[in-house]
Design a protein around this ligand. Structure first.
Ligand SMILES: [Zn+2]
Length: 122
């Protein structure tokens, strides 16, 4: 479903389901899921280290690790939160015929132009 870690296909290559459900701003919901997942990862990390090292908590290293997690976690969980959001949305709103792309929209490549009779010379 993903072309790169952060770029999603416009539609499912198998069934033609439009992954953004053909709605502008559809992925804003996945952004919310991403924020909650990132907060969960960071808080779990910080609390686990605090409990494991109490009372000699390495605050400096914990601060650095928290900063790295705050930057890296949203990128790491990005595709997972996007698919999770889509799955939850599909539970509440099953796909309907407008959600399915026309066959020409299924592929990632533009349709090849058909050769014409006089275009071979030159
Ligand atoms: Zn599909």
């Amino acid at each position: 479903m993903f072309l790169t870690w952060v770029k999603i296909c416009p539609s499912c290559p198998v069934c033609g389901f439009r992954l953004d459900r053909h709605e502008p701003g559809y992925w804003l919901g996945s952004l919310t899921v991403n924020i909650f997942a990132t907060e969960g990862v960071i808080m779990t990390l910080l609390v686990a280290v605090m409990f494991a090292t109490w009372p000699e908590v390495p605050w400096d290293r914990l601060e650095t690790a928290g900063l790295v997690a705050a930057i890296g976690a949203p990128v790491f969980v990005f595709p997972f939160t996007k698919m999770f959001y889509l799955a939850v949305d599909l539970c509440f709103r099953p796909p309907e015929p407008p959600d399915l792309a026309t066959p020409i929209e299924r592929g990632f490549l533009a349709p090849r132009p058909t050769p014409t009779a006089g275009s071979t010379s030159g």
